[in-house]
Design a protein around this ligand. Structure first.
Ligand code: C2E
Ligand code: MG
Ligand code: MG
Length: 656
């Protein structure tokens, strides 16, 4: 026990008080009437003396005090013990030095809250993170209150309280008023032997460090770029920052590699991986160090271009165009030369209101680009596009009215079997909207809006009823084998009772299900695979055939074809367009023909416009042809003429 510690004065005081008490002892003894008073009196004096001499006052909790305590108990020891203690002391000193080094050199800031005193110790890094000097931080949390946003401060104090009550760790994001980056503050309480919290230890870490490039959680393994998770966090952070700093703006760019699935199918997934790595490299080399480049899904890359204030809008356009042409430059890999197409959407953060979701706008922009005729181009979000958004809104309103008024018409494009003397095997029904004010609106303009708004369900029903009624007329005229192909979109599978609707329309119109084909895209199948496949089974059980439309533009996996009740594949027009120019398109078509043969699927080539395209397809073994080469979509009145002409020409050939 140590008598001369920091409580020495208190001990002396107790002894003095005890001595003063003992002065009255004589008088008490003289007070004979109540001799038993002497017992508690003596007990009190003894207690005071005993406390003064032997009581160990509770240690105050501080780092310095804890260190001093290590010096204290020194039992009798021999030479060996002394050297052990020396070793121990040295190791403790080393640990302390290391701890100090860690405390001062770490890029994280640390804090210790001593609960009995309420005092806080900070490491110097905390001050740096908040952009002030260490002495200004003081020894309480009061200063911190002024350094972060009010709502964050309220959250912090609340979390602190909960952590102490629950004896659990906490972690929270706070935004410093002066600094740029969000800081993650965490804390964990330390308990004494009785399980009561005595101090709290915690850290301040810039969020950017947590999202470190080296953190595998945020890395895309294949390309070494950041991944989607990182990118979305980073984007959120920059949106917050830009909201607070009017002079800061950034650009978000999404890049989608066109027909990437084909590269996997034609060559191999490993080859596809190498292509992605090379494209990643091209993108990175076009960006500056502080820009953030990520692969956010299979073949979609995202870039966050920092501080585009330095680069005016004209320069931004130039940057995007250069990047676009860089990606599209011929790529040499394993002795092959590939031409890669890419669609890009570009959006500046201040193009939108703060509440607008940049990512979803950029994604919609990209989707529209890919679904329309502009695949492979760059789309900038601009004021013009805002106007366009207004037009879309107006179009949606008019679309509703048009559905109510049933003003849509259908045209029919023949599919011809060139192996059977150009026999017309089916017609694809294509919807047309002749708007009284705007004239003819192409389906590529209003179908996506109908899909987005769910209007495709009532519109699809109108189309199906019209097509079935028309087909029944032709069947009744003697074209009993003729099939009518109707397009269905994913929403029709996910909303409404498609199977039931179809059954009742077939009943109402009297069309045999074997005269009906449904055209769906790969996207529809993949959208909610389990449900869709179940519906496809019910539909095929009824006798309806299913075609995969725009085949090759969607997902890369061909394996699903084996498992799904699919009857026909329709090779997308874009492959037919370039089959004579691009070797990989020709290879792709050959691959598809092979697959269709091995899986016993019917194959239709869409968008055939020239004799050369037709000859190629015929030579490779694709005989079902749809396209302007034979006929544009026809109004119903011209369909019979077309059928009769075909029939009479083959009849004449037979006679010859
Ligand atoms: P799709 O189903 O792939 O239809 C084929 C499109 O290619 C049609 O355009 C057709 O006119 C066009 N086409 C066919 N052959 C040629 C050709 O040789 N050259 C050129 N340049 N074009 C050719 P359309 O009618 O404008 O339809 C575009 C898309 O709109 C359709 O693509 C389909 O996705 C959608 N669509 C059209 N009608 C309907 C419908 O009734 N319901 C649904 N859900 N979607 C429809
Ligand atoms: Mg179609
Ligand atoms: Mg198509």
């Amino acid at each position: 026990m140590k008598l001369f510690d920091e409580h020495c004065l208190l001990r002396i005081l107790l002894i003095v008080v005890g001595s003063l008490f003992s002065v009255f002892m004589d008088e008490l003894v003289a007070f004979e009437e109540h001799p038993y008073w002497i017992i508690p009196y003596c007990a009190s004096i003894s207690f005071l003396f005993f406390t003064a001499l032997f009581y160990r006052f509770p240690p105050s909790i501080s780092l310095s005090r804890m260190r001093k305590d290590l010096d204290v108990p020194m039992p009798s020891m021999d030479g060996d013990d002394f050297s052990k203690v020396d070793d121990l002391r040295r190791s403790l000193e080393e640990k302390e030095t290391l701890l100090n080094m860690f405390f001062t050199s770490s890029s994280d800031g640390f804090w210790i809250l001593d609960l009995p005193t309420g005092k806080v110790q900070w490491s110097a890094r905390v001050a740096e993170l908040f952009g002030i000097s260490l002495d200004k931080l003081g020894t309480s949390f009061d200063t911190l209150k002024t350094l972060v946003f009010e709502s964050d401060w309220a959250k912090f104090t609340k979390m602190l309280k909960i952590a102490l009550e629950s004896k659990q760790k906490f972690s929270l994001e706070i935004r410093p008023v002066l600094g740029k980056n969000i800081i993650v503050v965490s804390g964990s309480p330390q308990m004494n032997e009785e399980g009561r919290p005595i101090r709290m230890f915690g850290s301040f870490v810039p969020k950017a460090d947590i999202l470190s490039f080296k953190n595998p959680f945020f890395l895309d393994e294949l390309t070494g770029l950041k991944n989607r998770r990182y990118f979305l966090e980073h984007l959120k952070e920059k949106v917050n920052y830009a909201q607070l700093h009017q002079d800061y703006s950034f650009a978000l760019i999404l890049i989608d590699i066109d027909h990437f699935g084909r590269i996997n199918d034609v060559y191999s997934p490993q080859f596809g991986d190498c292509v992605l790595k090379l494209i990643a490299e091209r993108i990175v080399s076009s960006c500056q160090q502080q820009d953030c480049v990520a692969r956010i899904s299979g073949d979609i890359f995202a870039i966050l271009l920092h501080d585009v204030n330095g680069r005016d809008k004209g320069k931004m356009v130039e940057f995007a165009q250069n990047l676009h042409s860089k990606i599209r430059q011929p790529l040499q890999l394993e002795g092959k030369e590939l031409l890669i197409g890419a669609s890009m959407s570009v959006i500046l953060n201040n193009d939108l209101d703060a509440s607008d979701d940049l990512m979803s706008h950029a994604t919609t922009l990209l989707r529209n680009l890919k679904s329309g005729d502009c695949r492979g181009n760059i789309q900038f979000f601009s004021g013009g596009l805002r106007e366009k958004a207004m037009q879309v809104y107006q179009l949606e309103y008019e679309l509703r009215k048009a559905i109510q008024a049933k003003v849509f018409t259908l045209v029919y494009q023949p599919v011809v079997d060139v192996s059977k003397d150009n026999k017309v095997v089916s017609f694809e029904a294509l919807v047309r909207w002749n708007n009284s004010e705007r004239g003819m609106i192409p389906p590529s303009e209003f179908i996506p809006i109908a899909e987005e708004t769910g209007l495709i369900v009532p519109l699809g029903e109108l189309i199906l009823r019209g097509a079935c009624r028309q087909a029944k007329e032709w069947v009744d005229l003697g074209y009993t084998d003729l099939k009518i192909a109707v397009n269905f979109s994913a929403k029709q599978f996910s909303q409404g009772d498609l199977v039931h609707t179809l059954q009742s329309i077939l009943q109402e119109t009297g069309l045999n299900p074997k005269n009906l084909k449904m055209e769906i895209t790969e996207y529809t199948v993949m959208n909610d695979t389990k449900k869709t496949v179940e519906m496809m089974r019910q539909l095929t059980a009824m006798g309806v055939e299913i075609s995969i439309d725009d085949f090759g533009t969607g997902f890369s996996s061909l394996s699903y074809l084996k498992n799904f009740p699919v009857h026909t594949l329709k090779i997308d027009k874009s492959f037919v367009d370039s089959l004579l120019e691009k070797e990989e398109d020709a290879v792709f078509i050959r691959t598809i023909i092979g697959i269709a043969k091995s899986l016993n699927l019917e194959l239709i080539a869409e968008g055939v416009e020239t004799k050369e395209q037709l000859d190629f397809l015929k030579k490779e073994g694709c005989f079902m042809i749809q396209g302007y080469y034979f006929s544009k979509p026809l109004p119903p009145t011209e369909v019979l003429d077309f059928l009769q002409k075909k029939i009479s020409s083959s009849f004449l050939k037979q006679l010859a």
